[in-house]
Write a protein that binds this ligand. Structure first.
Ligand code: 7TS
Length: 414
């Protein structure tokens, strides 16, 4: 069980109100709110320890470096990475996935090679591969999704060939909440001699993640989706692969020696951290991980599944609603449409009630086409949400339905 009064850890819930109504924040899949503990840690860093890292010989810089490296160790332990050096700090999951596509893909793919993705990918795990496929002549293939919004592993086995070099899939879908069997997918990829890449943007914040158990070669995530600051994320990579890879960006601190026309590079993770990193972001991320760990990831997962199940059940009562959620694996993400009410209208009506949801294609246009919708409304729950938020949402949706139903409108507006 998750403890009570979590909202009071987050200053925004006492500051922000919309038209006199308290904030009901249901857009955590986009970004989560930040607890005071994280905000204070960032302030403490800038107030007391600010200096650049890995370059100063003075004490303050060495302390800043130690704090930054401690954050890396914390991230490694959080996802059970074998060693801190396997964790590269990036800006976000998008940058992490681009790093793999460019630094691994450009140098390991040739014409006719295949990269397998899935039908439920976020654009962050599609567009980088489109670019790399154009550069290399590699071919993209897709694991199919079945009617219960789950990936069909038989379709993966069918499309795998001797030319498949990488399988890159989302761990938890940001639209459907489906938890994909990434351990099994990784095993299938490895059996075929391909590497496995996991987009963990929606898993690291919500479920316990063990990259050694999954066995994947790369795992990407964002700090801002797990109570951390924006502008900090990470990429876990198997060290031997990272060692063999070319850099992604060139510049200061990623080098060993530089000559006028050539250079050679530092060891990972520094080879992939050109320029001054987001030091305060890494420190804030460590504080976020400590906050999450204090609550317990198992508790967070149970809390969100229970809330998601309750919301799915409660929202099913809303007239004309269609919910896109797998039966087998529940999470705290609920995408839906309502007959005759555009998702943007739903969002606008909810906003007037102080409820923040997202409406749109959720950066997953191919998935929208597969679902045969232009867009959906999406409520995404996190550790600070509770049943009263679900109730407020359900009541506001009933109001939205009534507003768009002339028959009922008169009663509601009375
Ligand atoms: N992968 C998945 C599965 C995501 O949900 C997102 C962001 C990303 C990658 C990219 O994360 P970023 O931190 O690099 O932007 N998803 C969403 C969303 O669902 N609504 O806003 C952003």
């Amino acid at each position: 069980m998750i403890r009570n009064h979590i909202k009071s850890d987050f200053p925004i819930f006492s500051y922000w109100e919309s038209r006199g109504k308290p904030l009901v924040y249901l857009d955590s899949a986009a970004t989560t709110q930040k607890p005071l503990r994280v905000i204070s840690k960032v302030e403490e860093y800038y107030s007391q320890f600010n200096a650049n890292v890995h370059r100063g010989t003075y004490e303050l810089s060495q302390i800043a470096t130690d704090i930054y490296e401690e954050a890396r160790s914390k991230v490694a332990r959080f996802i059970n990475g074998l060693q801190p050096e396997s964790v590269i700090f990036t800006r976000n999951a998008t940058e992490s996935l681009n790093l793999v596509a460019y630094a691994w893909g450009l140098n390991n793919l040739k014409e006719g090679d295949e990269v397998i993705l899935s039908e439920m990918e976020h654009h962050s795990n599609l567009v980088p591969w489109h670019i790399i496929a154009r550069h290399t002549g590699a071919v993209l293939k897709f694991i199919r999704m079945n009617h219960d919004y789950q990936l069909d592993l038989d379709s993966l086995r069918q499309i795998l060939t001797a030319k498949t070099k990488a399988v890159s899939v989302v761990h938890v879908s940001n639209v459907l909440g489906t938890i994909n069997p990434v351990k099994e997918i990784t095993a299938i990829a490895h059996d075929a001699g391909a590497i496995s890449i996991v987009d963990g943007a929606q898993s690291a914040p919500h479920i316990p993640v063990d990259v050694q158990d999954i066995g994947c070669d790369f795992y990407a995530f964002s700090g801002h989706k797990m109570c951390g600051p924006t502008g900090i994320g990470g990429l876990y990579g198997k060290y031997d692969l990272l060692e063999k890879m070319e850099p992604f960006l060139g510049g200061g601190e990623m080098i060993n020696e530089v000559f006028p026309t050539t250079s050679n590079y530092a060891k990972p993770p520094y080879k992939f951290e050109a320029g001054t990193p987001n030091i305060s972001g890494a420190i804030g991320l460590q504080a976020a991980i400590e906050y999450i760990e204090d609550l317990g990831l198992k508790n967070i997962e149970e809390h969100e599944v229970a809330l998601g199940d309750y919301a799915a059940q409660r929202l099913a009562e809303v007239e004309g609603i269609r919910i896109f959620r797998p039966h087998a694996t529940g999470t705290g993400v609920i995408s839906f449409t309502i007959d005759n009410v555009h998702p943007h209208d739903i969002s606008t009506i909810l906003d007037a009630e102080g409820i923040a949801i997202r409406a749109g294609h959720h950066c997953a246009q191919p998935l929208m086409r597969k679902l045969q919708v232009q867009s959906t409304a999406r409520a995404s729950f996190y550790l600070y949400n509770d049943r009263s938020d679900v109730e407020t949402l359900a009541r506001a949706l009933e109001k939205a339905v009534a507003i768009f139903s002339p028959r009922k409108k008169a009663n509601v507006l009375k």
